[in-house]
Design a protein around this ligand. Structure first.
Ligand SMILES: [Fe+2]
Length: 270
């Protein structure tokens, strides 16, 4: 791992400057996002955010209300999609619906990115979007831009830098802390309301190092083949559901309002 020696003060200035530029321009390259993400997503950071947002005391809003709010708010620096949020939500859901999947699967498609309410609550992009990965154990080389982990303090921690870290081998994904972002947040918001298969899709849809690159096999438990099967079933709808024609939001709204009401209370705690 690279050692930064002589000029910690200048180093800090550079980092702050990058971050300020990024905020000022309201957009940044994906690379800058991952630099900020990989240097700051530590186990302590994740545990703190789980505590803070797990209280669900940030807002009481209906699901459709959140989808509309996000459409107004989330800017085009989001690396997840180049589409307006509501278009991506409806195209994902409609593609799932077209394939005849269960109603909870369609609903998962509709809401999968609503955890980006974190941005509305003031979280920086690096703590909201991007691929997610386990923390509290060695960062995998299969994570995008692995070189940026050199500046993450956990990569020098005596326990967190080991392959299993704080975990028992094969403890299972649900026992692993993932980097903080919209996936884990939405899981905390919805866990009392949706079937477990839907919750797996929401919680792990950005865990590309695990569900696509096959990293962390030593942490996977007996139930995880089933979890990954559903996450992988969801993934193509998230990635490839772009259509040339934009969905007619007003025409689709009644169907989705009814679907939302089937699973969620009128106001949900965020
Ligand atoms: Fe997402």
């Amino acid at each position: 791992m690279g050692h930064v020696a002589a000029q910690p003060f200048l180093e800090q200035l550079n980092d702050q400057e990058k971050f300020r530029n990024y905020q000022a321009e309201a957009r940044s390259s994906v690379k800058d996002l991952y630099r900020a993400n990989h240097t700051q997503q530590t186990l302590d950071f994740v545990l703190g955010k789980k505590e803070q947002y797990g209280r669900l005391d940030h807002a009481e809003m209906g699901v459709w209300e959140v989808i509309e709010a996000l459409n107004e708010f989330v800017d085009d620096s989001d690396p997840d999609t180049s589409l307006p949020q509501i278009v991506h939500a409806l195209q994902t859901a409609e593609a799932i619906r077209m394939d005849g999947h269960p109603r909870w699967f369609i609903l998962a498609g509709l809401i999968h990115d609503t955890g980006k309410m974190l941005s509305v609550f003031g979280e920086p992009q690096w703590a909201v979007v991007g691929d997610t990965f386990p923390v509290g154990c060695q960062f995998s080389e299969k994570i995008v831009y692995p070189e940026f982990f050199a500046e993450n303090p956990d990569s020098r921690h005596p326990v967190y830098s080991t392959p299993n870290g704080i975990y028992e081998p094969h403890c299972g994904l649900d026992n692993v802390h993932f980097s903080w972002g919209h996936d884990e947040y939405l899981y905390l918001v919805t866990r009392d309301y949706l079937p477990k298969e839907a919750l797996w899709m929401l919680r792990y849809h950005s865990a590309y190092p695990v569900h696509q690159a096959g990293a962390y096999p030593h942490l996977l438990g007996p139930e995880d083949a089933e979890i990954l099967k559903w996450v992988k079933a969801f993934n193509p709808y998230d990635l490839y559901s772009k259509r040339e024609t934009e969905p007619d939001v007003n025409a689709l709204k009644p169907f989705y309002e009814e679907l939302i009401a089937e699973y969620f209370p009128a106001k949900l705690r965020w």
